[in-house]
Design a protein around this ligand. Structure first.
Ligand SMILES: Cc1cc2nc3c(=O)[nH]c(=O)nc-3n(C[C@H](O)[C@H](O)[C@H](O)COP(=O)(O)OP(=O)(O)OC[C@H]3O[C@@H](n4cnc5c(N)ncnc54)[C@H](O)[C@@H]3O)c2cc1C
Length: 369
């Protein structure tokens, strides 16, 4: 049986790999002239994600032992002795998956644009074409994103940022839709965010708030971050397709990270296919449903609070050492569940001042239990 996969990004390639291991024939159709050209992702992942994909160490660029959280003008920094997160080379990551697919006899067709031909001719079609497929159907719950990669021409940058820290800025006056992140690797820096507002201005102003005005932009990466959680069902009768990856909306609602969810979804999908079933939604939600629901709640809290309220909340959490505990011992892939375990009555009392957090929170919590 041949499975036709549209899209040669992480989801298409990793799903192809899993299906090949289960004895399917696999054809992957990528519209770009090469694999690895759709770069819109920072590549920050957990140790678990690296293990799930069984990635060689040479793909790891950063080993993060610290988080620096800047909320408006308040700075919280936490360091650990062992790395809590990693950044992988996204281009080499896709090249590694491509190599493995080809090695197992999979077929990758590049420069492919005639999708309608595949749709009318095949029984098993996997849509792994990324966020646009989700956006076309769902029409909400996404944000345009921009990442700037730059060289330091300002020596101040060397003093401010290091390779072992992830820098996160929360400032609702600068960007009401999402936080801003920055990572450094050797002499290169990446700053990114997602918003319905002017992203160039947001990133420029963030750097300028740090006193950084001289930098040499090497590349700009545009994309879409999905922040509303996955589709309810991953199989569509109407389209006769099975969705995986961003096309299924399989990203973390509070951070937009997708590589961990892809590593799980692709495996469940391939197991279901080998059992002759196309829909794998139930199994996916059994593993990740609770965490995704709690992340939606975390996102709602982010959207509802203004800068002052956010700082107050963080102060309550800091007084109780909760933020440190979260950053030191929390699980990056299940951070909302880690957070839930730390919430106490003072925090609940603070959050419940917001009617929407109460009403939506009750809906979300009752959908889990
Ligand atoms: C700004 C930003 C930062 C991110 N940072 C992180 C991070 O740090 N960590 C993390 O885990 N995740 C991160 N993500 C999420 C991650 O990038 C995605 O979840 C992941 O790339 C999804 O993989 P995919 O294969 O589903 O889609 P894509 O990576 O978008 O790949 C889709 C592929 O399909 C191809 N394609 C599209 N249409 C067609 C068509 N009609 N026919 C054939 N081919 C087609 C495209 O050319 C592309 O190669 C980030 C996302 C954004 C936007």
């Amino acid at each position: 049986m041949t499975v036709h996969i549209l899209g040669g990004g992480p989801a298409g390639l990793y799903t192809g790999l899993q299906l090949l291991k289960r004895g399917f024939e696999v054809k992957i159709y990528e519209r770009k002239p090469d694999i690895g050209l759709s770069q819109h992702c920072t590549g920050i992942v957990s140790k678990r994600t690296i293990e799930n994909y069984d990635l060689p160490q040479k793909l790891v660029l950063n080993r993060f032992k610290g988080v620096s959280l800047k909320i408006s003008d308040n700075l919280i920094e936490v360091r650990t002795s062992i790395p809590k997160a990693y950044r992988i080379d996204r281009y080499l990551f896709e090249k590694e998956l491509e190599y493995r697919v080809l090695n197992l006899g999979g077929d990758i067709i590049l420069n492919y644009h005639d999708v309608s031909k595949i749709r009318s001719s095949s029984e098993y079609i996997v849509d792994a074409t990324g966020s646009i497929s989700y956006i076309k159907d769902v029409k909400s719950d996404f944000l345009p994103s921009l990442q700037l990669e730059f060289h330091a021409t300002d020596s101040k940058l060397y003093d401010l940022f290091d390779d072992e820290t992830v820098y996160l800025f929360f400032d609702k006056e600068l960007n009401r839709d999402f936080f801003i992140w920055l990572v450094k690797y050797l002499d290169r820096y990446i700053i990114g965010s997602a918003s319905l507002q002017n992203l160039h201005k947001i990133l420029r102003n963030t750097l300028s708030n740090w006193g950084i005005r001289n930098y040499n932009i090497i590349a700009r990466y545009y994309g879409f971050l999905i922040v509303g959680g996955p589709r309810r069902r991953f199989y569509s009768d109407r389209r006769d397709s099975v969705y995986v990856g961003d096309s299924a909306g399989q990203t973390k609602p509070s951070t937009g990270g997708g590589l961990y969810y892809i590593s799980i979804a692709s495996r469940i999908l391939s197991k279901k296919f080998s059992e002759g079933e196309l829909d794998y939604s139930t199994e996916f939600y059994k593993i990740l449903g609770k965490e995704i629901a709690l992340q939606k709640l975390a996102r709602l809290i982010f959207l509802e609070l203004d800068n002052k309220e956010f700082i107050n909340l963080v102060e309550i959490m800091s007084r109780k050492e909760l933020l440190n505990m979260l950053l030191l011992y929390g699980d990056m892939d299940y951070h909302a569940t880690s957070m839930l375990n730390l919430i106490d009555k003072d925090i609940l009392k603070y959050l419940f001042k917001h009617p929407r957090i109460i009403s939506e929170g009750i809906k979300i919590i009752s959908s889990i239990f």
